[in-house]
Design a protein around this ligand. Structure first.
Ligand SMILES: [Fe+2]
Ligand SMILES: [Fe+2]
Length: 273
């Protein structure tokens, strides 16, 4: 899907290839972390090998002349060394700058239970796919700040809130990428129809867990909804192509899962202030 957006303060046009939810499944035959039940009945079923799937997207980005590749998470269906190595190798082969945020599947194997502690233990298995500080980061490209936060457990913590407070009080243009969409009224019906629950961040029906204080997430959501410099919100996770308005002038884009060939090609164009 193609889209274009005028961004004040951007030095030069940027063509961005945004995709997510590739759910790569490369593994050694004897990987003990992968349960037999999943091997017999793998889900999701990829249309081709993991290698070909990622290559197909990167080739499309390259042919389209993308200057930047962003991946919104669930790059891998589980954190195997084979997934990490094939993704690193392919991203490096294409030599287009790329940044990614973690999704929930990036840090657990099918059948494993757990949230923050499991993420802390297993996300490093995919290092450095998500950068050296996957929890929150800011990159500057052509005068545009690209922010990433890891909300793959559905919540943000106090450090992430402080990071967003700092970055979003700067009125210069920025884009924010996070795996789990910010709940929008118009996203709720299609997401509930597909998943049975509103699996989004800061949803009115938020699912609380023991030990979680939702206050930082609520404050961060309010900040995202009102930050004047924020020009685009990119999210993923629900495997549905969605476009919604967070507020006038701020769109949230969710692509169809990349294993079902979803992606966005975004032309960011300099605009007068
Ligand atoms: Fe996914
Ligand atoms: Fe996900």
């Amino acid at each position: 899907m193609k889209s274009s957006l005028q961004i004040p303060g951007l030095h030069e046009s940027l063509r961005v290839y945004y995709f997510s939810d590739t759910h790569l499944q490369a593994t050694s035959p004897g990987n003990p972390a992968l349960p037999e039940s999943w091997r017999e009945n793998p889900k999701p079923i990829l249309p081709c090998s993991s290698q070909d799937l990622l290559r197909r997207h990167l080739e499309r980005a390259w042919k389209a002349g993308a200057n930047l590749i962003l991946h919104g998470g669930d790059l891998c269906h589980f954190p195997s060394p084979e997934n990490r190595d094939l993704a690193l190798e392919l991203f490096r082969e294409f030599q287009i700058p790329w940044y990614a945020v973690p999704g929930n599947h990036d840090w657990y194997y099918p059948g494993q239970d757990g949230w923050e502690a499991l993420r802390e233990r297993q996300l490093p298995l995919l290092s450095p796919l998500f950068g050296h500080q996957p929890s929150m980061w800011c990159e500057r490209i052509q005068g545009l700040r690209i922010l990433g936060v890891d909300n793959s457990c559905y919540f943000l913590n106090t450090q992430q809130l402080h990071f967003l407070e700092r970055e979003l009080q700067d009125p210069s243009p920025c884009i924010l990428m996070m795996h789990i969409p910010l709940s929008l009224p118009e996203f709720r019906a299609p997401v509930i129809a597909k998943h049975g629950h509103p699996i989004m961040m800061a949803d009115p029906e938020e699912r609380l867990r023991e030990g979680i204080d939702p206050e930082a997430t609520r404050k961060a959501a309010a900040l995202i909804r009102s930050a004047p410099g924020l020009k685009l919100l990119l999210s993923a996770h629900v495997h549905l192509p969605l476009q919604g308005e967070v507020r006038p002038g701020l769109a949230q884009l969710v692509p169809e899962a990349a294993y079902r060939d979803g992606y966005y090609l975004l032309d960011l164009i300099p605009a007068a202030n």
